[in-house]
Design a protein around this ligand. Structure first.
Ligand SMILES: Cc1ncc(C[n+]2csc(CCOP(=O)(O)OP(=O)(O)O)c2C)c(N)n1
Ligand SMILES: [Mg+2]
Length: 692
């Protein structure tokens, strides 16, 4: 067809008709899903209505299976234009096991399609922004490098979309920070429909988002009427052009409508005045585009009616098909939490050779692993060495504990680098890089400051495999300094808090107590295809008793394997981290009283070695769990419950726990000692158990 003039001068008529059809298809899918919901045949719906013209117009400048996409739940029209089929959308609506986005695990319109490069989306609003930035930086890193399993294009872009409400989330701003510093090819779409559920935009932010972001010098900001097809296409072309050129990120602020309620659980008549709703309908983008196409002579009103009827029928037929598709089975709810590698149990490493501190051993292992795998990148606060100018004259920083010292010097800035002081930024970017096939190894400087990253750890990284039904994974080795007994550490340099993380399905947790185990577990961590939280206990980093010779390169310690660090027949003490040494000292004292304690160092907490604990308790008949974390809700409760359940018949005494008092660690050593568990606490508890 020839190009048409009037409002859409540069675009061939067949493209205009195809896009109008897709926009109608999107609306028809919303309407059908709302019907299914009313009929009780689907359980939730959140519509793309009002955002359709924007979506189809932008998609014209995007390349499925080439660019990368982090869409919002209102991006139905956009993902249809990228190649998601109506049938797939309906499979998600009815919760089918065949839904390629999540196999019936996620709410509808949480898009995901590895073939098209649509990354599985979670529900927390705004949390997609940092992974999107990580994805873009992975693309830049991988382009031109020959990395196994990591494809990239020099002119690819990453699209990320959110509502105006979600721009209030800090993660959005953290992502802009890095997108701008690194001049990454990210296209942000802010689809501003004026409301975040019931909250009008004036209560959301002090100015329109396009004004608020004006201070980022590297960000190109464009505003566009999201109901104006030609304007959206032009904005998309300009945004994609800039991103592909390498000039930096773009933010499109598009005004759109929300003719339907926020979701099937909402009724907007409760908070929007009738006149407001009527005005919304008068600006409906589908009617606008139809009128425009009619006046341009591209599509008559009759033809538009026919086309709408056609897509309506198509959607009805696809819905019927989807209703007949397989549902997930109950037992499948446990699949795709992890993909555990099968690692052989290694032989004991030789005990001779120069011994390394635990911290030195970690540094050596990171260097060894980075040398062997270009996909590994180490980053975090202060983990780099120094500026290029200073590097020749200084030793280099390498983290506040020196565990990454020399890695930037050895491997360059692209492999080991500082991030902004923002923990969500650190972990979120790792998620995006991991999705692309890199092996990011972010560092959290102190566990006490991990909390801003919690959403990225728990909602993004840990859920990635499960929520996408195995289509995506987030293999990240998140190293984190934890623990107390450091004298003067006070509240915010002394926490353990491992139980908060073992409570997260999909997250692996390692907590080594000595150099040899740290090396073996760190090597194993990089063999996993899922996120690992790797605790490095600050007190242990330089302890003589935690030193070991560097184990040989094939010493890879599988997760879930406890070590019996002292055999004994009278009581089993289950422990990990800095408590291992305290328990060993306690066991030595107990032996003088004739009590032989067996000490098990769990080494990893997710998974943890239930068999080893059960086998030991079977022999000793008594179990004490000792950990540094506070007692209430500590991981010891989990172990005690397991032993009570599984070893009840073997027990001669109740299961007892030793942990920190349910308070914080104080700065004064008197306060620190009063709250953290000691060797004497372990002795007293073990003695008590053997008196039964
Ligand atoms: C972190 C988080 N907080 C709250 C919610 C609940 N919630 C879902 S959508 C939404 C409003 C989002 O508004 P906006 O970003 O403007 O997108 P829109 O729905 O208007 O397209 C809220 C509060 C959520 N999903 N995630
Ligand atoms: Mg909104």
């Amino acid at each position: 067809m020839p190009p048409i003039d009037r409002m859409t001068p540069d675009y061939p008529a067949d493209e205009l008709v195809a896009d109008y059809r897709l926009a109608c298809l999107s609306r028809a899918l919303d309407d059908r899903q709302l019907t299914l919901h009313k009929q009780g045949r689907s359980y939730f719906h959140i519509a793309g209505a009002g955002h359709e013209v924007l979506g189809v117009a932008l998609a014209r400048s995007l390349r499925p299976a080439y660019d990368w996409f982090f869409p919002y739940y209102r991006d139905l029209a956009l993902v249809l234009a990228l190649g998601v089929s109506p049938y797939e959308v309906l499979l998600a609506a009815v919760g089918s096991a065949e839904d390629p986005a999540s196999g019936g695990r996620q709410m509808p319109h949480h898009f995901g399609n590895p073939g098209l490069h649509i990354v599985s989306q979670s529900s927390p609003t705004g949390s997609q922004c940092l992974p999107a930035v990580g994805c873009a930086e992975a693309g830049r890193y991988a382009a031109g490098r020959d990395l196994p399993g990591v494809g990239a294009h020099a002119d690819e872009l990453t699209y990320v979309s959110l509502g105006e409400g979600a721009t209030s989330e800090g993660e959005f701003w953290e992502s802009l920070n890095t997108a701008c510093i690194e001049r990454l090819p990210v296209v942000y779409l802010i689809a501003d429909n004026g409301y975040a559920i019931s909250v009008p935009v004036a209560e959301q932010a002090p100015a329109p988002i396009s004004s608020l972001v004006a201070g980022f010098p590297q960000l190109e900001v464009r505003t566009v009427d999201g109901g104006d097809y030609a304007a959206c296409r032009r904005a998309g072309e300009a945004a994609a052009g800039r991103a592909r050129s390498g000039a930096g990120p773009v933010l499109l602020h598009a005004t759109v409508t929300r003719p339907y309620s926020h979701s099937s659980s909402d009724s907007q008549t409760r908070y929007r005045a009738p006149a407001d709703l009527a005005a919304e309908l008068s600006r409906d983008p589908l009617s606008r585009l139809a009128a425009e196409l009619a006046s341009a002579g591209v599509l008559s009103p009759d033809e538009a009616d026919r086309l709408r009827a056609e897509v309506h029928e198509l959607v009805a037929a696809e819905a019927q098909k989807a209703l007949g598709a397989a549902r997930p089975t109950a037992d499948s709810v446990l699949t795709h939490l992890f993909a555990m590698p099968s690692l052989p149990v290694p032989a004991e490493p030789p005990a001779d050779g120069p011994a390394l501190h635990l911290g030195e051993a970690i540094r050596a292992t990171l260097g060894e692993l980075m040398a062997g795998d270009e996909r590994i990148r180490v980053f975090g606060e202060d983990v780099g060495d120094a500026t290029d100018e200073a590097l020749a004259e200084v030793d280099g920083m390498g983290g506040v504990f020196g565990s990454t010292q020399g890695l930037q010097r050895r491997f360059g800035r692209s492999r080991c680098f500082n991030t902004p002081l923002a923990e969500a930024n650190i972990v979120g970017r790792a998620v995006g890089q991991a999705v692309r096939g890199l092996r990011p190894a972010p560092e959290i400087q102190f566990l006490d400051y991990i909390w801003p990253a919690m959403q990225q750890i728990r909602s993004e990284a840990a859920t990635m495999r499960w929520r996408s039904n195995g289509a995506f994974a987030a293999p990240i080795v998140l190293r984190c300094f934890a623990g107390g007994y450091i004298t003067g550490g006070s509240i915010w340099h002394s926490q353990s808090a491992e139980a908060i993380f073992t409570h997260t399905p999909g997250l692996l947790v390692a907590f080594p107590s000595r150099a040899r185990d740290a090396v073996g577990l760190l090597r194993a961590a990089f063999r996993h295809d899922d996120p690992v939280l790797f605790f490095e206990h600050k007190h242990l980093l330089r302890q003589r008793y935690a030193m070991d010779p560097m184990p040989p390169p094939d010493y890879v310690l599988p997760f879930g394997l406890a070590a019996c660090v002292r055999p004994g027949d009278h009581v089993t003490i289950v422990t990990w981290g800095a408590m291992v040494q305290r328990c060993l000292l306690a066991a030595a004292s107990l032996a003088e009283e004739g009590i032989e304690a067996e000490v098990l160092d769990l080494r990893t907490l997710a998974p943890w070695d239930k068999e080893a604990v059960a086998a030991s308790v079977r022999r000793t008949g008594r179990c004490l769990v000792a950990h540094e974390d506070v007692l209430t809700g500590g991981f010891g409760g989990e172990i005690a419950a397991f032993v009570a359940d599984e070893c009840f018949a073997d027990l001669d005494a109740p299961v007892r726990r030793v942990g920190a008092l349910d308070t914080w660690v104080g700065y004064d050593p008197v306060l620190e000692r009063a709250s953290l568990p000691s060797k004497d606490d372990v002795i007293a508890a073990a003695r008590g158990l053997t008196s039964y």
